[in-house]
Ligand binder design. Structure first.
Ligand code: SF4
Length: 229
């Protein structure tokens, strides 16, 4: 497997967790720069960029723009009937939802115990892992080198964060049935991709390791204090 042409810094947003507020690349990443420009433009017009109505309208206009670009290039934007979902993706989607639901139940209990920051962390993690697993499965062999393999590294990093956060949760809630359920559901979800870990090229691991060591990898590999971003 040749990943020598793959540059993790060329499009770091393809294998990050989109938590730009703690990412060391926020000054250079095209996605973060674009979002910042958009926020400035909205604020200049007296509009709150985080208003849910504004976010929804923005997503709709981005979709229209994407469709216009596709049609300008001579392609049709009508994808036709969707292909049948491979059974593995359907399984991943089901397991991902079940796991996220348990994380959300845990978050509610942690919030009820007065630990709002930990509850928020659980909620943020709960929406990340499943889509990453699905991305590895959905990409297929051709995309694995430049997308699936780095995404597997993201998954490994997310698991470290999840386990550290759940250890804190256990210190708050004590031994708890939902913590046992979470572990079981997470193992079932990860079982769908764990066999691919050995396919991650050592060269990619080495390059990511060097980027992490120099704090030049995206969140969640590197996490910088917000004040320095
Ligand atoms: S988390 Fe980092 S790499 Fe990802 S979109 Fe935000 S700034 Fe870019």
């Amino acid at each position: 497997m040749d990943t020598s042409e793959f540059d993790p810094l060329a499009s770091p947003y393809n294998f990050c967790d989109r938590r730009c507020e703690r990412c060391p690349l926020t000054g250079s990443c095209a996605v973060a720069v674009r979002e910042r420009r958009r926020d400035w433009a909205l604020r200049a017009r007296g509009i709150d960029p985080d208003d849910p109505e504004v976010v929804t309208a923005e997503m709709a206009s981005e979709l229209d723009l994407a469709v216009a670009i596709i049609e300008d290039e001579g392609f049709t934007s009508d994808p036709g009937p969707p292909p049948p979902e491979p059974i593995e993706l359907a399984r991943a989607s089901r397991r991902s939802r079940a796991w996220a639901m348990t994380m959300s139940v845990l978050a509610k209990q942690v919030r009820g115990a007065g630990e709002g920051a930990r509850a928020l962390e659980l909620e943020l993690l709960s929406i990340l892992l499943g889509p990453k697993v699905i991305r590895v499965l959905a990409g297929g062999e051709e995309a694995f080198e430049v997308d699936g393999a780095p995404t597997l590294l993201v998954i490994e990093k997310l698991i470290e964060h999840i386990e550290a956060t759940l250890r804190e949760v256990e210190s708050v809630l004590g031994p708890h049935g939902d913590l046992v359920l979470e572990r079981q559901q997470r193992a079932e979800l990860l079982a769908l991709v764990v066999h691919r870990r050995s396919d991650v090229p050592p060269g990619l691991r080495d390059r990511m390791g060097a980027l992490i060591a120099s704090q030049r990898a995206p969140s969640p590999f590197c996490v910088v204090p917000c004040a320095t971003v």
